[in-house]
Write a protein that binds this ligand. Sequence first.
Ligand code: ADP
Ligand code: ADP
Length: 230
Amino acid sequence: QPLIHASKVNKVFPNGCHALKDVSLEVLRGQVVVIIGPSGSGKSTFLRTLNQLEPITSGQIVLDQVDLTDKHTDINIVRKEVGMVFQSFNLFPHKTALGNVMLAPMKVLKQSKAEAQKTAESLLQRVGLADRMDNYPSRLSGGQQQRVAIARSLAMKPKALLFDEPTSALDPEMVGEVLDVMKGLAHGGMTMVVVTHEMGFAREVADRVVFMEDGELVLEETPERFFHSD
Ligand code: ADP
Ligand code: ADP
């Protein structure tokens, strides 16, 4: 049973743009799938359909045997179970790193302050920010902010994490620290779908690489075969 099962997903935007054409993908529990492809090929749109940030025109998306595309499915539960990390970190500027990570567990999971703080502290430690918990985002580098954003997603105890070009907005010297955190998650068994241009990451971490072109998923391979190194 795949954790994520997208079948024949189509997305037609109101302006007529047919951004996804019969895209199907299965992601097993604990797998890391990397999506690559040229700009405008539909990578981001597809990722966003997987937690229903983007409603689809036709097709089906099933997460852990729950049909997300069924109108009776509570979309707020879906958003809890599938975390998303964006190119821009979107942290609350008036909250510290710790405050940012505590917020959703308190509001959404109804955790006590003490419980949320304990979780947040251990997650910030896990992303290497034990000594930065009390810093406001403006005092953190881009790489540190993105690691806070990852900790914030993890605080919801998601079944899967989606990453949309998580290192594209970073200065080159900070890319490695974010990829290292993602590698750690992958090795820890997190199910991940990652849109990225970081081919080294894809090669090293991905169980499968899928290539999108003009709204279609045109190729799906293991990294060994995809990069067909001699
Ligand atoms: P970019 O968006 O950075 O210009 P692309 O997204 O077009 O690059 O391609 C990403 C990577 O996938 C590149 O390393 C490219 O060589 C490789 N690639 C492109 N097309 C294919 C294909 N059909 N089969 C295998 N690899 C491909
Ligand atoms: P990628 O992530 O591969 O760069 P996108 O998923 O962002 O590609 O975009 C896929 C296609 O959908 C593009 O042609 C883009 O112009 C179009 N598109 C994306 N969002 C919208 C929207 N809100 N309205 C209309 N067209 C859109």
